[in-house]
Design a protein around this ligand. Structure first.
Ligand code: AHG
Ligand code: MN
Ligand code: MN
Length: 322
């Protein structure tokens, strides 16, 4: 086992980026500590507010957002941030090279049941020649990310990180307050017998997804001729971590439950960073129709359909969408 420094030893990773990642991790360690204090810290439950997306904010959504926002904006390295819990972008240092998008606490509905939650982040550079801090700067496709990752606050706290050269997994050692490298290269198996989807939306999906899932459920009695198992954590970080750890397919597809909101997951805070990680681990991340990382964003809070995971299984799912 090694310290968080393995990234520092990577000659291909810019020193400023390493410094930014360490800064971000300082906030995530604090979130981890407070989460593990749980009820004792009086931080469970909801606020009386809603975020820009009309969702009730939990106290921990607000606390996590504040911790990450403050530390990034004070680092001198960040031009601006965009957060799921902020209405607009927030400006940082005028000379900062980086733009950071984040979902401060993913899986908020799990907070009050003491279950899995996480933090997701995506880092891009300010496009050449752009001054000040504008939303326009953020509207770059996922292929422009220089780094992405998530921190999973589970029985142990883990960081899955990519800087464009594979995915490394670190585990927080609470005795010394450092992330130690515990898996040098996460890879997603090409095949799987495990899928993750919120089945309660079944009747609202497009016909292609209905048929794909029906064939999985038919198991050995259907055209797939093998049985599948199902998991749903209700925190994308938890589901994607399982996919990175032992393979699988995860999807939050288009649905017409609320025609004004056909997608649940956010492009900049969830789909792009997870897409980058999954591709770097050998998997595929698609909307069902196109590669997530190639989408040209039109606004920071944009939402998309997501199908990601084991290469062969995602490809099978994509065949249904052709
Ligand atoms: P958030 O808590 O940041 O709003 O994200 C929750 C997301 C994602 O993490 C998860 O996969 C999905 O919502 C769960 O949705 P359902 O409650 O519809 O299952
Ligand atoms: Mn989320
Ligand atoms: Mn969130």
């Amino acid at each position: 086992m090694q310290r968080f420094v393995p990234v520092l030893r990577d000659d291909n990773v810019d020193l400023e980026l390493i410094s930014l990642l360490n800064t971000l991790m300082a906030a995530c360690k604090e979130i981890s500590f407070r989460l593990h204090q749980g009820e004792l810290a009086g931080i469970l439950g909801s606020t009386l507010d809603e975020n820009i997306q009309g969702e009730t904010q939990k106290k921990l959504d607000v606390i996590s957002n504040q911790l990450i926002k403050d530390i990034l904006l004070e680092s001198g390295l960040v031009r601006a941030i965009a957060s799921e819990e902020e209405d607009t972008i927030v400006a940082g240092s005028p000379s900062g090279r980086y733009l950071v998008c984040f979902d401060p606490l993913d899986g908020s509905s799990n907070i009050d049941i003491n279950s899995l939650v996480g933090t997701i982040f995506s880092i891009m550079e300010v496009p050449e020649g752009m001054e000040g801090a504008t939303e326009e700067m953020f509207l770059q496709p996922g292929t422009a990310q220089v780094s992405a990752g998530y921190v999973l606050y589970g029985p142990s706290t883990q960081l899955a990180l990519t800087t464009g050269d594979g995915v490394k997994l670190f585990t927080l050692d609470n005795t010394i307050g450092e992330f130690l490298l515990t898996n040098e290269k996460m890879t997603i198996s090409e095949d799987t017998q495990e899928f993750a989807i919120n089945m309660s939306n079944q009747r609202f999906w497009e016909p292609a997804m209905q048929q794909y899932i029906a064939d999985l459920l038919a198991g050995t009695t259907g055209k797939r001729d093998k049985n599948f198992n199902m998991r749903w954590i209700a925190a994308m970080v938890g589901d994607v971590h399982r996919v990175l750890s032992r393979g699988g397919i995860f999807t939050y597809p288009t649905d017409n439950k609320n025609p004004a909101k056909p997608h649940k997951l956010r492009l900049m805070y969830e789909a792009n960073p997870m897409g980058f990680l999954v591709e770097q681990a050998g998997g595929i991340a698609s909307t069902g129709y196109e590669r997530i990382m190639e989408i040209e964003p039109s606004e920071i809070h944009q939402r998309v359909a997501v199908v990601l995971g084991s290469k062969n299984e995602v490809n099978t799912c994509l065949e249904y969408h052709k």
